[in-house]
Design a protein around this ligand. Structure first.
Ligand code: SIN
Length: 294
C-alpha cells in the first residue's frame, strides 16, 4: 500500500492536523468529547448539527446496528445556541461547526452565533428530519441560497450533500455557485428495517439513515461524480474504516475524509489509520487526489 505525507497546507480553508476529521453526529455533542477525539488523533472535528431552536429529536429506537453499519433516526437533537458556550474552550482548534435550518435565513442566524468556528458545514442532507436537511437540500436553488448567506460570515463553508438524489452533481454545482469552499459527500443513505416478529418498523421514526461500511461504494461513486463536476475540494464521507479506504476516496477525488461509524468499533480509529497511512517518505496526497479519473 502506498503511504502519503501529512498535509502541509490548509485543506478547504481549515488547518487540519491530518487528512481525517471526525464526522458530524458522532461524539460531537460536548466540547470534552470533541477535544478527546482531537487528542486521539483526529485531524479536525465536525460538531453535532446545531439548529435554530433546541429540539429533542425523534423518539426511539433512534439507532440500530445492521449488517455493515448503523441506521440512525436521531432527528437532529441539539441544544441550539447553548452550544456556543459548550465549545468556547475549543477556540483556535480545527473545529468545523455543523449547522442546519429550514430556510437560508435560519442558516444565517445559526452561523452568526459561532464567530470562532474554523469553518461551517451546512447540513443539507439529513434524510429523516422534516423541513430540514435533505428535504430542502435536494433543491439546488435552496442549496445555493443557504451557502450564499452563510458565506457572508467570512468563514470557509463546506456543504454536506445527500446521496439520495438522482444527480448529486447538480446539487454540488449549486453549492459551488453559492460560494462553497468544499463539498462533503455524503450523508447517510435513507433506509429502514422492519421487525418480522412485531410486523412493525424498528425505528421510532420508521425510516432513518444508513452509515458504515455498507455505504462506502456509494460514497466513492458520489465523490467520483462530483470531482468531474466541481472545481472546489471534496471531503469524502461514508463508511471509511481503513487507510486503504482513505486512499481510495482520495483517488476518487477527495482531498480529505470524515470518519463516523467506524468509531463505534474503535475510538482509536484515527491513530490506527494514521499508522498505516502516513510516512515521512510518503508521497504528497495531492499526487493521488482524483488519479483514478480516466
Ligand atoms: C441526526 O442528528 O439526526 C443525524 C444527522 C444527519 O443525518 O445529518
Amino acid at each position: 500500500m502506498i503511504q502519503i505525507k501529512l498535509p502541509e497546507e490548509e485543506i478547504a480553508g481549515v488547518p487540519l492536523r491530518n487528512h481525517m476529521l471526525l464526522a458530524a453526529g458522532i461524539l460531537g455533542t460536548t466540547g470534552a468529547s470533541l477535544k478527546r477525539m482531537l487528542n486521539l488523533g483526529a485531524g479536525g472535528v465536525v460538531t453535532k448539527s446545531i439548529g435554530p431552536k433546541a429540539i429533542p429529536g425523534h423518539h426511539g429506537p433512534a439507532l440500530i446496528p445492521v449488517d455493515g453499519g448503523l441506521i440512525n433516526a436521531m432527528g437532529l437533537p441539539n441544544p441550539s445556541k447553548d452550544f456556543v458556550e459548550e465549545i468556547a474552550p475549543l477556540k483556535g482548534e480545527p473545529v468545523v461547526v455543523s449547522i442546519f435550518g429550514g430556510t437560508p435565513e435560519e442558516f444565517g442566524t445559526v452561523a452568526s452565533w459561532f464567530p470562532d468556528a474554523a469553518a461551517f458545514e451546512l447540513n443539507l442532507s439529513c434524510p429523516h428530519a422534516e423541513g430540514y436537511g435533505a428535504s430542502i437540500g435536494v433543491n439546488p436553488r435552496v442549496v445555493r441560497e443557504c451557502t450564499e448567506i452563510v458565506k457572508t460570515y467570512n468563514k470557509p463553508v463546506w456543504v454536506k450533500l445527500t446521496p439520495n438524489v438522482t444527480d448529486i452533481k447538480i446539487i454540488g454545482k449549486a453549492a459551488e455557485e453559492g460560494g462553497a469552499d468544499a463539498i462533503v459527500a455524503v450523508n447517510t443513505v435513507k433506509a429502514m428495517r422492519i421487525s418480522t416478529e412485531l410486523r412493525r418498523p424498528v425505528l421510532g421514526n420508521v425510516f432513518g439513515g444508513l452509515s458504515g461500511q455498507a455505504i462506502f461504494p456509494i460514497a466513492v461513486r458520489s465523490v467520483y461524480d462530483l470531482y468531474d463536476a466541481v472545481d472546489i475540494p471534496i471531503i469524502g464521507c461514508g463508511g471509511i474504516s481503513s487507510a486503504d479506504n482513505v486512499l481510495e476516496m482520495m483517488m476518487a477525488g477527495a482531498s480529505a475524509v470524515e470518519i463516523g461509524s467506524a468509531i463505534h468499533d474503535s475510538v482509536n480509529i484515527f491513530s490506527e489509520i494514521a499508522a498505516d497511512l502516513y510516512s515521512k517518505d510518503g508521497i504528497p496526497a495531492e499526487e493521488i487526489v482524483g488519479c483514478a479519473h480516466v
